[in-house]
Design a protein around this ligand. Structure first.
Ligand code: PMP
Length: 470
């Protein structure tokens, strides 16, 4: 029952002590076709704003205890952001310097918060194979070697990461549901949350709690081929040139009973519904996790209790999953209904289930020449074994017929890489897309749900507006 009443939270000696004790909130409207009870654990209410505060504190305390980190020391971590945030906040209170190495696709908001806590932020280019000198982890390890007194938190392989969830997240969920939980759902990044909490909940329930992983559709954890996706901070990307792909030691696969593979578009739809119908503004990985929880709950009965982890808040992603500009350019559903003519409407008749001709990054000029044929230019895409959707983020550039005129057939096409072709998302307005294209002519990559689905001439988009106005 809803009532205005006083709740007493604890009084703590430091920010570190205020980590954890997050509430479970029941979903009421997005579950209207569901008989089971679904609770979301609001991890954004941790002081650093995410579930990773727990792992950050656990790892830092363990390092102090073992003597790896001491007075005047430097905390170094490779992270998609939140672990760095937790570490930076706690390190600040203990007088450590913090250096956080992040991939370039991490949101601007997260980088700003890290800097606000006094952390130094190193941004590395994305799409690098493991072991590459510019790979996140290589950069972090190099810094640790160079800086005296530096300690590498190493959340992917640090046993203190899952241990923190075994000691806190799991017991909290068990107590909060009075032991009634039947299904636990969480996304898998390092695997710390699902492993620690999942192992605890299985033990506490005598093995009856089912543990479900939520994974981006193309991530390898759930059986995808590792191509990139748009929901940050969960899943496991594999660069095709990675020789040996190692999964984090923080992820104990045997704890997981099943994995739901969630496409970005499903996660984003759930996020928008949660904001509008449940009053919950959550981060992308919460969309993935809650989509998986809803799928799971749909198969369950009235006695079942599902608990799903919402790792962080949507505030760190206002420029992404809640920005109609970002969503529209990638062809994802917008937060608002637009009455303007959309790119999809303008291209009525273009099959959005297809993919355009592309040139794989490993091709020779000869092969590229044949593929380009009579086209003006084609996108060059990170080459992968087997066929799968062309994710726009894996388009490295373009190759034009003109650029190949004097090239040698045996040359790698990568030596003739041009700038990426302009894009237009299916859900954005044609007027908006044309404004972005400006005076550019030639092929435009049409993007639907983050994937390239067609190449059309810029004139076709422009003409569609003219037709409309007649
Ligand atoms: N969601 C967000 C927003 C995160 O920052 C992380 C940590 N990378 C996760 C989910 C995944 O949690 P874990 O690393 O414990 O698997």
């Amino acid at each position: 029952m809803t009532a205005v009443s006083a709740h007493t939270a604890g009084t703590y000696d430091s920010v570190a002590d205020a980590i954890g004790h997050t509430p479970l909130v029941r979903l009421n409207r997005v579950t209207d076709d569901i008989r089971a009870t679904v609770y979301v654990k609001l991890e954004y209410l941790n002081p650093g704003g995410s579930v990773k505060d727990r792992a950050a504190l656990g790892m830092l305390l363990a390092a102090e205890q073992s003597g790896e980190l001491g007075p005047g020391g430097t905390v170094v971590e490779a992270t998609s952001g939140n672990t760095g945030l937790g570490l930076a906040a706690i390190a600040a209170t203990r007088g450590y310097r913090t250096i956080v190495v992040v991939p370039d696709r991490v949101s601007a908001e997260k980088k700003a918060v890290l800097r606000a806590h006094g952390a130094e932020v190193w941004v590395t280019p994305g799409l690098r194979p493991v072991g590459h000198p510019e790979h996140l982890r290589s950069v972090a390890l190099r810094l640790v070697e160079e800086i005296p007194g530096a300690w590498f938190a190493g959340q992917y392989d640090n046993p203190a990461n899952p241990a923190a969830h075994r000691a806190t997240t799991g017991p909290e969920v068990w107590a909060q549901t009075g032991g009634r939980i039947t299904h636990f759902v969480a996304g898998v990044g390092t695997g710390g949350t699902i492993t620690g909490a999942g192992e605890f909940l299985k033990e506490a329930s005598g093995g009856s709690v089912r543990v479900i992983g939520a994974d981006p559709e193309t991530s390898v954890y759930g059986g995808g081929d590792g191509r990139i996706w748009y929901v940050e901070a969960v899943g496991h990307f594999v660069h095709p040139e990675t020789v040996e792909d190692e999964w984090p030691k923080s992820y104990h696969t045997e704890v997981v009973d099943g994995i739901e593979r969630i496409p970005d578009v499903e996660a984003i739809r759930v996020l928008h519904r949660l904001a509008r119908e449940e009053g919950l503004l959550l981060g992308g990985s919460s969309g993935t996790a809650i989509a998986a929880a809803l799928r799971t709950a749909r198969t369950l009965g009235p006695d079942d209790v599902v608990v799903v982890i919402a790792p962080d808040s949507g505030r760190a992603y206002l420029s992404k999953y809640y920005s109609d500009e970002w969503l529209g350019e990638l062809g994802f559903p917008l937060t608002t209904v637009i009455t303007d003519r959309t790119v999809a409407e303008a291209l009525d008749g273009v099959d959005l289930g297809q993919q355009p001709a592309v040139v794989p990054s490993g091709a020779s000029v000869g092969t590229a020449r044949a593929l380009v044929g009579t086209a003006v230019a084609l996108p060059i895409v990170l080459e992968r074994k087997g066929s799968g959707p062309v994710v726009v983020a894996e388009i490295l550039g373009s190759v034009s017929a003109a650029a190949l005129v004097d090239a040698d057939d045996s040359d790698p096409v990568s030596a003739h890489l041009g700038a990426p072709l302009p894009t237009a998302g299916t859900t954005e307005s044609v007027a908006g897309a044309l404004a972005r294209l400006g005076t550019q002519t030639g092929p435009v990559v049409i993007v639907h749900e983050g994937r390239a689905v067609a190449l059309v001439d810029a004139a076709r988009l422009a003409d569609s507006v003219v037709v409309e106005q007649e």
